[in-house]
Structures are given as C-alpha cells and as structure tokens.
Write a protein that binds this ligand. Structure first.
Ligand SMILES: [Ca+2]
Length: 155
C-alpha cells in the first residue's frame, strides 16, 4: 500500500507536465483562444481595401489614395510621391462608418473612386460606406487649398 502511494507521487511531475502540455495544445489548436492570443502579441491587423491614383490636390501630380480597414475603423490615406522614389502620407481621413461600401461608378461596382464632382477640375475622393443600420453613405472629400486638408463635402 505504501509502495503504491510512493509510485503515485513519483508520477506527479510527469502528470503535471502532461497537463501543461495539454493546456498549451488546446490554446494553440482552438481558433478562438489562438485568435485572442495572437491579438495580444501581434500589431493591429490592417487591411487594404482599395487603391486609386489621381491628382486630388491639383498640383499636376498623381497621388495615391488608399482605403484601409483596421480595428479602429475605415480610413482613407493619401500618399504623395517624393523625389527619392518613396511616398509620404500627407493625409489620413477617418470615415464615420465602419463598414466598407460599394457604389455604381461608370457601370462598375467600386468602393473607391476619383471624380471631379464640383467642377473645379480637381478630382474629389469618393468613398462609399455603410453605417450600423446598413444605410449606404457616399462620402465625398475635396481638397481645400487654404487649409491643406481634405474636407467632407457630402452629408
Ligand atoms: Ca473638384
């Protein structure tokens, strides 16, 4: 009887190791746990939804407009090419809505487009989105030369 108890105690460290190993395996294999662990260790996921190029500030140079989705919401980012061949971010605009949207642009479904809508010969950025009630919004941003900012000109 005493011998059996002693053997059980001897096995205890091995059982503990097995138990810890099993816990780690569950954490690695279970998608939800893995997702939670990953979100704690990795930087915020950034998804590029769409990219267009055009002269959106009227300087005769094509700028790159990127529609981005991240945990913080929907964003438009505007990049200007530099002489060194890189591009520098000149604007980051946060959209009020969090869900990407599409609209009919020149007969095609588009989630980002450039078009001069106010007739000043400078293209506006058109970025559709959906609000929490799934109501579609067509966000139109125009560059203001005086403030150096992109301003929402649609409702
Ligand atoms: Ca315009």
């Amino acid at each position: 009887m005493k011998k059996v108890l002693k053997e059980k105690i001897q096995f205890l460290p091995q059982v503990l190791i097995l138990f810890v190993f099993a816990m780690i395996s569950v954490a690695v294999l279970h998608p939800n746990i893995r997702k939670n662990l990953r979100s704690k260790f990795l930087p915020e996921k950034r998804q590029i939804l769409s990219t267009v190029s055009g002269d959106v500030i009227g300087e005769g140079q094509d700028l790159k407009v990127v529609k981005v989705k991240s945990k913080a919401g929907l964003f438009l980012e505007v990049y200007k090419p530099t002489q060194e061949g890189f591009s520098s971010k000149i604007a980051q605009i946060k959209l009020d809505d969090r869900t990407d949207g599409y609209f009919n642009f020149n007969g095609r479904a588009s989630n980002l487009a450039l078009k001069d809508v106010n007739g000043d010969e400078i293209a506006e950025i058109i970025a559709p989105s959906f609000d929490e009630d799934f109501v579609a919004h067509l966000n139109v941003f125009s560059y203001n030369n005086f403030t150096g900012q992109f301003e929402l000109i649609s409702e």
